[in-house]
Design a protein around this ligand. Structure first.
Ligand code: UTP
Length: 291
């Protein structure tokens, strides 16, 4: 079956970015001039996804507004002949995929958020994409997972090696051999292990391809680490009844889910942004002399 649906959970409290996230989804914070969720939707589109369900939290209508038309703004830009800006605005409405929205009433964890996609997904394989991670590679990571699914017909998670002392911030896999270059069989999936207990340094990053059987497990609402329904735990359970693989991502990953990662990503993307790259480069070099 063709993979054509994606779920983007965006209902977290985003406490690491308070006060900015008090009334704004963290997925709406921009990297230079584009909200992170737009990068995610573009990656989905580039990977052949047709329908996307965005899981929203309270008072976070800004995501819906971002992908909707803005008649007053558009008329204003047209009247002033600001065509480039108008094109940019049109890109957000003519995004080339169907967007659907649902609210997660209580932020009970990523597993609970994904569980809300059950009727949208029905009986199809689907991808989960987190706005916390931006990926850059020749082939989009979501497309890489879909390519693996087309061969294996199984769930596949994206993983990346992280420094050993950082494993506690991630879900981590216990690999049991490589089936192909970079594609691992997995014994178990462990949410936020201590570095001493971590089975590897291969951390789950924000792209998952899942079979619909995950919903039978998420429906049980089992509470895990941090008092939340953990997607990693549900995947570990799924792996006991059907195979779940891990694909090691070799491209660039930008973690925008924490402040330092967000600032670094802004600089990296700024250094490639046609409008600011030259000035930014000069500024960084000058600043470096003073530090
Ligand atoms: P995070 O743990 O990174 O998001 O969840 P958070 O809880 O918003 O962040 P902090 O730690 O308070 O700063 C990973 C993803 O899961 C979504 C988040 O929006 C993020 O994309 N999420 C998390 C939900 O949609 N619902 C939840 O209940 C929890």
């Amino acid at each position: 079956m063709k993979v054509r649906k994606a779920v983007i959970p965006a209902a977290g409290l985003g406490t690491r970015f308070l006060p900015a996230t008090k009334a704004l989804a963290k997925e709406m914070l921009p990297i230079v001039d584009k909200p992170t969720i737009q990068f995610i939707v573009e990656e989905a589109k580039a990977s052949g996804i047709e329908d996307i369900l965005i899981i929203e939290g309270k008072s976070k209508r800004s995501i819906e507004d971002h992908f909707d038309s803005a008649p007053e703004l558009e008329q204003n830009l047209a009247a002033k002949g600001k065509q480039t800006m108008l094109d940019m605005v049109h890109e957000t409405t003519d995004i080339g995929v169907n967007l659907f929205y649902v609210r997660q009433p209580h932020p009970l964890g990523l597993g609970d958020a994904v569980g809300m996609a059950k009727s949208f997904v029905a009986d199809e394989p689907f991808v989960v994409m987190l706005g916390d991670d931006l990926m850059r590679d020749k082939v989009p990571l979501t497309q890489q997972l879909i390519n693996d699914y087309n061969q294996t017909k199984s769930s596949i998670l994206a993983v990346k090696r992280v420094p050993h002392e950082e494993v506690g911030a991630y879900g981590v896999i216990a690999p049991s051999g490589e089936v192909q270059d970079g594609l691992y069989n997995v014994d178990s999936f462990v949410e936020k292990p201590s570095p001493e207990a971590a089975p590897s340094d291969l951390a789950i990053i924000g792209r998952y391809l899942l079979t619909p059987e995950i919903f039978g497990i998420l429906d049980q609402h089992k509470i895990g680490k941090g008092g939340e329904v953990q997607l990693t735990d549900a995947i570990d359970e799924l792996n006991k009844t059907q195979r779940v693989f891990a694909r090691e991502f070799m491209g660039e990953r930008f973690d925008v889910g924490n402040k330092f990662g967000f600032v670094k990503t802004t600089i990296e993307y700024g250094l490639r942004h046609p409008e600011v790259k030259d000035e930014l480069r000069k500024y960084i070099i000058e600043l470096g002399k003073l530090l």
